[in-house]
Design a protein around this ligand. Structure first.
Ligand SMILES: Nc1ncnc2c1ncn2[C@@H]1O[C@H](COP(=O)(O)OP(=O)(O)OP(=O)(O)O)[C@@H](O)[C@H]1O
Ligand SMILES: [Mg+2]
Length: 265
C-alpha cells in the first residue's frame, strides 16, 4: 500500500484559558488514503472543527505529527505550510467565506494567484470550474447577487480550482435550505466518485451516511471508525480495511491522558 494521503499521529490540540487547559483534540491518530470519503461526526464542542483545522494545516497541533503523502509537515514554516495548503488542500466552509464585493469568477481565481499560473490560464480554469458547478452563466455576480446554494457552489469551484489532493468541508450544508443542501451533497458525492478525497465534518449523523467511512468524535477523542454501506461496497479502496481503522484501546471520560489510541498494522 502507498503512503496515506493524510496521517495524524498522536495529535493533540490544547487550549489554555486562564489556568484551565482543555484538550480539544486528545491523542488522535488516523490515516486517510487517496479516494476515501470520510465523515467526521460528533456533537457540538466535540472537536470536529478543531480536527479539521489541524488536519488541514490551518492550525498547528500542540503535540503530535501530521504527514501529507508520507512527508512530515508539522515542522514546516508558515510560508511552506501556506504553499502546501494552497497546492494540496481545498476548503468548503459553512459560511461560504467568499469575498463580498468580488465576482464569482474573481473569487474562484484567487487561490491561483499564488501558484504562478498565467492570467489567461487562471481565467480559463476558473471558468471551467464554475461551469462544472453549473454557474457558467453567473461569472460576474457578486455573492450578494447569488443564492446561498449558488454561493456554496462558487466556494466549491474555488476549492477545486487548484486541483487539490483533498477537500475538507465543514458543515457545508449548514446554512442552506434542504433543497440547496441536497444539491451541494450531490456535488460532493460526485466529486468523490470522480476520485477526489473528501473529509466532511458534520454534527448530522444521517448526512454522515453519504460518506464511505464515518469517524465519530466525542470530547476530542475518536470513539469509533466504521465503514458505511458505500464504503463496504467500495472494494477497491477498502480491500485491506480494517488495516487502518482507528482503534481505541482505553477510554476514560474527562481525562485526556488516559485516552490512548492505537492502530493494528
Ligand atoms: N480558540 C479556542 N480557544 C479556546 N477553546 C477553544 C477554541 N476553539 C475551540 N475551543 C474549544 O474546543 C472544543 C472543541 O471545539 P470545536 O470548535 O472543535 O467543536 P465542534 O465539534 O466543531 O463544534 P460545533 O459542532 O459546535 O461546530 C470546544 O469545547 C471549544 O469551546
Ligand atoms: Mg465546528
Amino acid at each position: 500500500m502507498s503512503a496515506p494521503l493524510l496521517e495524524l499521529n498522536d495529535v493533540s490540540k490544547i487550549y489554555s484559558i486562564g489556568d484551565e487547559t482543555l484538550y480539544a483534540l486528545c491523542h488522535v491518530s488516523m490515516k486517510i488514503f487517496e479516494g476515501e470519503f470520510v465523515a467526521i461526526v460528533g456533537p457540538s464542542g466535540s472537536g470536529k472543527s478543531t480536527f479539521l483545522h489541524v488536519a488541514s494545516l490551518l492550525d498547528k497541533p500542540t503535540e503530535g505529527i501530521i504527514k501529507i503523502k508520507g512527508k512530515e509537515v508539522t515542522e514546516y514554516s508558515e510560508a511552506e505550510t501556506a504553499r502546501l495548503r494552497n497546492r494540496e488542500i481545498g476548503f468548503v466552509f459553512q459560511q461560504f467565506n467568499l469575498l463580498p464585493k468580488t465576482s464569482a469568477l474573481e473569487n474562484v481565481l484567487l487561490p491561483l494567484i499564488y501558484t504562478g499560473t498565467s492570467e489567461h490560464e487562471r481565467i480559463r480554469r476558473s471558468k471551467e470550474k464554475l461551469e462544472e458547478v453549473g454557474l457558467g452563466d453567473r461569472l460576474k455576480n457578486t455573492p450578494a447577487q447569488l443564492s446561498g446554494g449558488q454561493q456554496q457552489r462558487v466556494a466549491i469551484a474555488r476549492a477545486l480550482v487548484t486541483e487539490p489532493a483533498i477537500i475538507f468541508a465543514d458543515e457545508p450544508t449548514g446554512n442552506l435550505d434542504s433543497k440547496s443542501g441536497q444539491e451541494i451533497v450531490k456535488m460532493i458525492i460526485r466529486l468523490n466518485n470522480s476520485g477526489k478525497t473528501v473529509v466532511l465534518v458534520t454534527h448530522d449523523n444521517s448526512l454522515a451516511q453519504i460518506a464511505k467511512r464515518v469517524v465519530k468524535v466525542a470530547d476530542g477523542k475518536i470513539v469509533s471508525d466504521e465503514l458505511t454501506k458505500w464504503g463496504k461496497a467500495d472494494s477497491k479502496i477498502y480491500k485491506q480495511w480494517p488495516a487502518w481503522q482507528t482503534k481505541q484501546s482505553k477510554h476514560t471520560d474527562g481525562d485526556c491522558d488516559y485516552a490512548v489510541l492505537r492502530e493494528d498494522d
